[in-house]
Design a protein around this ligand. Structure first.
Ligand SMILES: Cc1cc2nc3c(=O)[nH]c(=O)nc-3n(C[C@H](O)[C@H](O)[C@H](O)COP(=O)(O)O)c2cc1C
Length: 220
């Protein structure tokens, strides 16, 4: 067995802040995140240069199993590419909704008013297709891929919301067609699709309630 070579270390960069500042910061962040909603009707307005790049940079700071960073973010802005994405997605979705979807699942999403049509894949100025990077000719074996990519996507959604954009977490089923649309190799497996932009002027969202804190948090 080869000798293990430890990575060199650096001092942790951390600043202790006054307790009151910490509470204020935590509350302000929670309030800001409470305003995030999934949007399904987008305006076509372009996103300022650099915002998506910075959000992907934030996402890439996520912790990952063994620091393998098993993610790829494909940012589609080319109208022809987005149209191909929409057409391929709608072909799969139509089949899924009309033939393959379990009745129980159709019941669960009926209240959200979603169907097989996905115009947002074309209207949103950018669509980020997130891939999990599995073992391949140029990529090592990753650990805890779904957990790692899930955390990265959480940071990505938060960063985009923080910058003033809206997103939809979209999971076409099945998703393999995304490799072809995005020209990615088989060891990259689609995780989800994130249209990004501004809400259409008349966009509305379901009137959802969040579970109260005492239901989701247990103190022991
Ligand atoms: C993993 C995951 C997959 C989702 N897939 C879809 C989807 O395919 N289509 C869709 O319209 N919404 C999808 N959603 C969005 C949820 O319906 C939405 O997050 C939920 O209703 C709460 O609404 P909010 O995001 O506005 O808080 C998905 C959300 C998650 C976390």
């Amino acid at each position: 067995m080869a000798d293990t070579v430890l990575l060199p270390t650096v001092p942790i960069r951390h600043e202790r802040r006054p307790a009151a500042d910490m509470v204020r910061a935590a509350e302000a962040f929670a309030d800001r995140m409470a305003g995030r909603r999934s949007v399904r009707d987008f305006a076509p307005d372009p996103i300022p240069e650099g915002v998506v790049e910075a959000a992907v940079r934030a996402a890439s700071t996520a912790p990952s199993g063994a620091n393998v960073q098993p993610w790829r973010f494909v940012v589609l802005t080319d109208p022809a590419r987005k149209r191909r994405l929409r057409e391929a997605a709608e072909a799969e979705e139509r089949d899924f909704y009309q033939r393959r979807a379990p009745q129980e699942w159709l019941g669960a999403i009926a209240q959200l008013g979603t169907d097989w049509e996905k115009p947002f894949l074309e209207t949103a100025p950018a669509v980020i297709v997130v891939f999990e990077v599995h073992q391949g000719p140029h990529s090592p074996k990753p650990y805890y891929v779904k957990e790692s990519v899930g955390i990265a996507v959480g940071l990505l959604i938060s960063a985009l919301h923080h910058a003033g954009l809206v997103t939809l977490t979209h999971t076409p089923s099945p998703m393999r067609f995304l490799n072809e649309v995005c020209e990615r190799p088989p060891e990259e497996r689609p995780n989800l699709v994130l249209p990004v932009g501004y809400p259409a002027p008349d966009a509305r969202v379901p009137d959802l309630a969040r579970k109260p804190l005492d239901e989701v948090m247990i103190r022991q």
